[in-house]
Write a protein that binds this ligand. Structure first.
Ligand SMILES: *Cc1c(COP(=O)(O)O)cnc(C)c1O
Length: 402
C-alpha cells in the first residue's frame, strides 16, 4: 500500500539539505504509473513519460526501472534519455519548430521520430523514403485543456499537422514512399473529460484507414491531476476500459494489431514533488498579511506563468490556528505564489511546502535576480538522497566571459 511522505520526512530533508529544496517521492511516481498500467491492461498500451516535466536523470532512470518509455522534445532530452539507459526504440522524439538537422541527429541515434509539420515531412520523405519509419502528429482541432496557454489542439495552435491537410500528407507519403508507423495527437494539458480522448481516438481511427501499416496510435497526454482538495484527476480506469474497447473493435476493421500509446508528464511526476521553502518575513500591510519566503518565481514559475494552484501547508506548525496569507517570493517583480490562502499560522522561520511541485517546477527554474537554483532530493524506500546540488555562486558566472 502506498504511504505518502510525512511532514517529519520533509523537515528532515530541509534541515539536512537546506531550503529551498525540491523533494521527489519515488513511490508516488510508481503509484501513478501503476494506476495507468492497471487501467489500460485490457489492450496493449505503452506509456512514454513526457520528460520535459522533470528531467533529472535519476527520475528518468527510475521511470525506466518501472517500465516506462520516454517522450522527448529536444535532442538533448533524447541524449539524457539514452544516458539514463532507455533504448532508442523506447524513445519518441516529438519536436516542434526545430531545425531539420536536429531531426537528422535523432535518426543517427536511432530513436523514433514524430513529425508535426508538412515542410519537415516532405524533407524527411525526400531524404529517407521508406528507410526510416515515422510517426505523424495530427492536429485534430479538438479544443481541450486547462487553459488557453496549455491547450494545443485549437485552430491557432502551432502544434501538429491540421487534419484538413490530410490530402497533402497522403501526397507526400505516396510520392516519397514514407513508412508511417504511427499517428499522434496531443490536444492539451489537464483534460478532465475523458470523452475528449475518445473523440480524438475516433478521429485517429478515421484517418488510420489511409495508412495501412500503422503499429500504434499515440493519444499524447492531458491527464489531469488533483490540485485542490476537492479536485478530481482524470478517471484513467474509465478511460482505459473505453479505449481498450474501442481499439479492440477497430483492430478487427483495420485487420492489424494496433498499440495505444500515451505520453503522460504531469500525471506521473506532479504529485511526487514537494517544494519546501522557509519563511523569511511576515509583513503586515494595511490590507494583507504577506508570508515572504526564500524563493520566488525563479524557482516555481507556474502560479505567475499560468495561474496554477499549488496547495501550501505549514509543516512546522501544522496545528496552529488557521489564518489568511498572501504567500510571496523574494524576486523584484510581482512574485506571488498564492493569494488569500488559509494556512496554519505562519511564523518567521517556518517551513512551507508547495504540493504538486514535481512537474514543471524545477524544470522551469531560472537564475533570475542572480539567485541560485535549488537542490533536488529523491526519497526512495524511506531514504533521502541528493540528486542535484543547489547552485553555488560560481554557477552564475560559469559561461560568462570575465
Ligand atoms: C508536454 C507534452 C506532454 C505532457 O503533457 P502533461 O500535461 O505534462 O501530461 C505530452 N506530449 C507532448 C507532445 C507534450 O508536448
Amino acid at each position: 500500500m502506498f504511504q505518502p511522505i510525512t511532514n517529519d520526512q520533509l523537515i528532515a530533508v530541509a534541515n539536512e539539505f537546506g531550503t529551498p529544496v525540491y523533494v521527489y517521492h519515488a513511490e508516488k511516481i510508481a503509484d501513478q504509473y501503476q494506476k495507468l498500467t492497471n487501467a489500460f491492461k485490457a489492450h496493449p498500451t505503452r506509456f512514454f513519460y513526457a520528460c520535459k516535466a522533470l528531467t533529472n536523470i535519476n527520475i528518468l532512470k527510475y521511470l525506466k526501472s518501472l517500465g516506462a518509455s520516454l517522450d522527448c522534445v529536444s535532442i538533448h532530452e533524447v541524449n539524457l534519455g539514452l544516458m539514463a539507459g532507455f533504448l532508442p526504440e523506447q524513445i519518441l522524439f516529438t519536436p516542434n519548430c526545430v531545425d531539420f538537422n536536429e531531426i537528422i541527429d535523432a535518426t543517427v541515434l536511432g530513436v523514433r521520430i514524430n513529425i508535426d509539420n508538412i515542410s519537415i515531412l516532405e524533407q524527411f520523405g525526400n531524404r529517407f523514403g521508406s528507410e526510416y519509419p515515422v510517426c505523424i502528429r495530427i492536429n485534430p482541432h479538438i479544443v481541450a485543456g486547462g487553459n488557453y496557454k496549455i491547450s494545443t489542439g485549437h485552430i491557432d495552435s502551432k502544434f501538429g499537422i491540421s487534419i484538413h491537410q490530410l490530402r497533402h500528407i497522403e501526397r507526400i507519403v505516396k510520392t516519397t514512399k514514407l513508412n508511417v508507423e504511427g499517428l499522434h495527437m496531443h490536444t492539451g494539458s489537464e483534460i478532465k473529460d475523458i470523452d475528449v480522448f475518445l473523440q480524438g481516438l475516433d478521429i485517429m481511427f478515421g484517418i488510420a484507414s489511409n495508412f495501412k501499416e500503422l503499429d500504434y496510435i499515440d493519444l499524447g497526454s492531458g491527464f489531469k491531476v488533483a490540485y485542490k482538495e476537492d479536485d478530481r484527476e482524470t478517471d484513467v480506469a474509465a478511460l482505459g476500459a473505453r479505449v481498450a474497447d474501442a481499439a479492440t473493435k477497430f483492430e478487427k476493421e483495420y485487420n492489424r494489431k494496433l498499440e495505444i500509446w500515451f505520453e503522460p508528464g504531469k500525471y506521473l511526476v506532479s504529485e511526487c514533488g514537494s517544494f519546501v521553502v522557509k519563511v523569511n518575513v511576515i509583513k503586515q500591510t494595511t490590507a494583507t498579511v504577506f508570508a515572504g519566503v526564500n524563493s520566488g518565481f525563479n524557482h516555481l514559475i507556474r502560479p505567475m506563468f499560468y495561474d496554477s494552484y499549488h496547495r501550501i501547508s505549514n509543516i512546522t506548525n501544522p496545528n496552529g490556528p488557521q489564518r489568511i496569507y498572501t504567500v510571496a517570493g523574494n524576486i523584484c517583480e510581482t512574485d506571488t505564489f498564492a493569494w488569500d490562502r488559509v494556512i496554519n499560522e505562519v511564523r518567521e522561520g517556518d517551513y512551507l511546502v508547495f504540493h504538486n511541485a514535481g512537474a514543471y517546477g524545477f524544470e522551469m527554474s531560472s537564475n533570475f535576480n542572480s539567485r541560485l537554483k535549488p537542490a533536488e532530493v529523491m526519497i526512495e524506500n524511506g531514504e533521502a538522497r541528493l540528486i542535484r546540488h543547489a547552485d553555488k555562486f560560481g554557477d552564475l558566472l560559469r559561461n560568462q566571459v570575465v
